[in-house]
Structures are given as C-alpha cells and as structure tokens.
Write a protein that binds this ligand. Structure first.
Ligand code: SF4
Length: 344
C-alpha cells in the first residue's frame, strides 16, 4: 500500500482557514444538519444542493420532525435531487434515532455507521464535523487526492485501497481540528485538486505531492472499469382528462420506489399501439399526439423515452388524476419525467 506523506494537516489547515467557503450547512454544523447535507451531497453538486438543503431544513428542522413526517412529504422535498433511496433511508434512520437515541444522533462512528443509509463516508463526515472525532470521510474527491499524493498504481475502486488511505488519514487527524481537517480535504478536492485539471499552482500540498513532482497528475487516480449501462426503450403516456393528468405510484421497492410517475411501459410504441394501450387501460382515448423523445440516465441504466399525449374521454381509477397545483405540492415526480412535466 502506498504511504501518504506526513503532515498533511499542517499544510492543509492554514490554506483552509483562508479559503473556507460559506455553505449553509457550515453555518450551524449541528449533527442533524451535517448528516442531511452529507446525504444530499452524495452524487450531487454543491450548487444544486444549497436550495434543497434550505427548503428541507425549513420544513423539517429536527430529527423529530423528519421522523414524524410522512414518506411522501420527504420524497417531495427530495424531488429532482435523484437517488431517492437516500431520502427513504434518511427517513428510516430518523425513526431509529428517535427510538434508540432519543432524537440525538450518536456521537460514535460505529453507531452512526449502523444507521440506514449511512456508510463509512457519511459516518466519518458526521463524526468528525459534528462531533470533533478523528474519523476520516473518504469519498471520490479524497481518494483522488490520496492517489495523486502517492502516485497510487492501484484502482481506487479496490476496497483495500480505500481502507488503507482511510486508516492512514485517521492517524493524521489533529486532535483539536478534526472537523476542519475533514472539510479541508473535501474542499481541496472540490476546488483545487479537480479531476481533469488540478490547479497545482494553488495547492497547499504541492510540496508533498509525488504526482506533481513527476508531472503525472492526470494519470491518477486509476479508476475502476465501468460497467456499460443497459439501454431500455420506454413509452411515456401523458393521459389527459378534463384538465387533469394521470399519475401512478411506483412500487415500494426497486428503482424510484414510492415515487409518482407518468404511466409508462417498456418498448417504443407507435401511435396505434399507444392508443390501443390507453384503450386497454379504460381511458377511452380520443386522439394521440407525439410529445418528444427524452433520455434519462440512471447509474446502471438509460431510459430512452418516447412520449404520447393522449386526450381521454374516461378517467379510470387505476390512475390518480391530478391538477397542476396537486402535482406541484403533493406528488413527488422523479426528474426522469422532467421533459414531459412541462406539458402537464
Ligand atoms: S499538487 Fe496538484 S495533483 Fe497534487 S494534490 Fe495538489 S492539486 Fe492535486
């Protein structure tokens, strides 16, 4: 295992003190706020998270409020952020925190790790930032920095590489500034040691960095091989009846669990096939018009969608028929359907 240079904190913290960004969750780093922000920030850009975070905190300011909310309210607050299992797990974990810890997040990395939706990264982030414990939070940004500092030849997808860097970082945590050390490494990865073009001239770790010394920064990190995404053709139906549009709730398990969606099915249906399907659902279709194609990319899957807008003489009970206000306020509809939402 490649060895990290010593004294990372000593070089990084003075830089962090000068460059720390004012982010909503940093203003009051309570355990609840740190936890929610870290879950939101997984796979999502900081700029996109800010508005969601403020809205979430205004609606559900405490663990108790989150635990008491209904699932649909939580999903609605998450609508558009994607990776909805994060919201469902956040909700589940809040209930566990109420039952087991009286509404206070536990100040212990292992106990945090045992909560739904909290992995090594989030447990480390909450333990260090909110509780001041020496607990590293190692995500893709931190791995990229470690791989460059050491010219690590192994893939950062390997568990032993991640575990190795985590434990080496743990040994370097400065007792009085654990949270700042976690935030400082994250900040460096987000603003300086960027994936394509690291700004090495502005980097406080330059003198410790083997890749910089060798001029090989962009060769690292070695990435795991990507599995090709499966492509699935789907037909999306905008079924309209007297100013209302049909939505249907997805099953409680699997992709986009519990979200509300436009009726859709696998395959690229022709106009005649789409009308026949709407008739089979009992919608008594009057006419159909194409309403465009759209692609939505999930982690391992791409939906290539064709839309049909169909006016209907009947509104069968298999669907929930909704007006614009209800859809805006009540029903969480995933971003996959954003291309068609403007038509609703
Ligand atoms: S010197 Fe460059 S490659 Fe090395 S850690 Fe700093 S930004 Fe990253």
């Amino acid at each position: 295992m490649e060895k990290l240079p010593d004294h990372i904190a000593g070089a990084l913290l003075p830089w962090y003190d000068k460059h720390v960004r004012d982010l909503p969750w940093r203003r009051d780093p309570s355990p609840y706020r740190v936890w929610v922000s870290e879950i939101m920030l997984q796979q999502t850009r900081i700029e996109a998270v800010k508005g969601y975070f403020d809205r979430f905190m205004a609606a559900l300011p405490t663990v108790r409020d989150l635990a008491a909310a209904d699932g649909e309210t939580v999903l609605k607050l998450w609508e558009g952020l994607g990776y909805y299992s994060r919201a469902r797990n956040l909700h589940k974990a809040a209930k566990v925190i109420m039952d087991r810890y009286g509404g206070e997040l536990p100040a212990d990395e292992k106990a945090l790790r045992a909560l739904p939706g909290i992995g090594d990264y989030t447990a480390g982030a909450v333990a260090s930032i909110a509780f001041g414990l020496p607990a590293p939070a190692v995500d893709g940004n931190v791995l990229r920095i470690c791989a460059r500092l050491t010219c690590c030849p192994e893939s950062i997808g390997e568990g032993r590489v991640k575990d190795g860097f985590r434990e080496q970082l743990r040994a370097q945590y400065p007792a009085q500034r654990c949270g700042d050390f976690t935030s400082a490494i994250m900040e460096l990865g987000e603003t300086v040691c960027l994936p394509g073009t690291p700004d090495c001239e502005a980097c406080p770790l330059q003198s410790l960095c083997r890749a910089y010394e060798a001029g090989t920064q962009t060769r690292y990190p070695v990435m795991p091989e990507k599995r090709p995404r499966k492509i699935q053709q789907r037909t999306v139906f905008i079924l309209e009846h007297e100013g209302l549009a049909a939505l249907i709730r997805r099953p409680d398990k699997g992709l986009l669990a519990g979200m509300w969606e436009l009726p859709n099915m696998e395959g690229a249906l022709t106009k005649e096939e789409a009308l026949a399907r709407a008739a089979a659902w009992g919608c008594e279709p009057i006419n159909a018009a194409p309403c465009g194609e759209a692609v939505h990319i999930f982690t391992h899957l791409e939906w290539h969608m064709t839309g049909w807008r169909i006016s209907c003489a009947a509104a069968p009970g298999r669907f929930t028929w909704t007006g614009p206000a209800q859809r805006a306020e009540q029903y969480p509809v995933p971003a996959a359907f954003r291309a068609y939402k403007v038509l609703l």
